[in-house]
Design a protein. Sequence first.
Length: 376
Amino acid sequence: MKFIFYTHSLISDWNHGNAHFLRGVMRDLIRRGHEALALEPEESWSRSNLIAEQGLVPIEKFRKMFPELTSQIHGADFNHEAAIDDADVVIVHEWNEPALVERIGRARRDGGRFTLLFHDTHHRAVSAESDIAGLKIDDYDGVLAFGETLRQRYLRAGWGRAVYTWHEAADDTLFRPHPDIAKTGDLIWIGNWGDDERSAEIMEFLVRPVRTLGFDATVRGVRYPQHALEALSQAGIEYGGWIANAEAPLAFARHGATVHIPRRPYVQNLPGIPTIRVFEALACGIPLVSAPWNDAENLFRAGRDYLMARNGEEMTRLLAEVLTDADLSNALIASGLETIRSRHTCRHRVDELLSILAECGTRRVTEKLGAKEAAE
């Protein structure tokens, strides 16, 4: 089948976590013999910031790292109706312009034989409700929400015909352990500043513990204001700026532990939704200690796959234990890897997507799914 993904960007992962997951899903679809194409806007905030900060080298590296992936950039004169006419499945991410979201829906209503899905991987449904409420998705066949609490929000609001939970996951062909790489540091956190959505938490669960313990620590990410950079420096934390997502596994491999610091809107309003970095870190076999969050859907096994710190003092203690107790560290690594490999890879999510399509897909899609199943 032919899948088309309307994304903010496939090429750039600068402050754009959905690119991580989409790359993994597209790669798995292609391995299964499907065709996958991403369409991203000419005016992509993520891609523009990446180029402004890093130049064109990251774009060239993306092409070399993911030669099987194709992304087409569309501008004002792009003929979307022609581009999706022969598609079997079209998935539109919520960070597209409202006019484009409506236009693709109209193409489905006006005779499009493709299955049309809306994909939400953000907290705007609760933090900026009017943004999502104003999107025209009545003509979409279904909604993919990256957590059960978000799915329930759509159902209560009456957004979409059918709403499915579709969590993010790790591309474990890329995110995997590298035991042959020597450790060069104690702690690494890969995360963006986040519009002050976790500024206090970064101080409590990262900066102060590192300052207390005197660990060799590194932070990678973007959009850190000057006062945050000064706080990192005063704590002895090295700030390395942006890191390409494809290089994160090697960065994890060079360090003894990492942390998870969720954004406040998820903790307060969308329990059960971690960032994709939890999936990716555990897939890389690095011990993880998390700031508080409610794993409402039991995606992981708290205390076995990762440790939970209720406050900064507990984070300090747990990090010290993880980095000095090899048995504890190895047990966390083994347990986390087991959970990812059994439940949370992009292969699992493609399986789930195909099951969703069997339920809400158009006749074109269900017939192709049936033919493939019969052939197997």
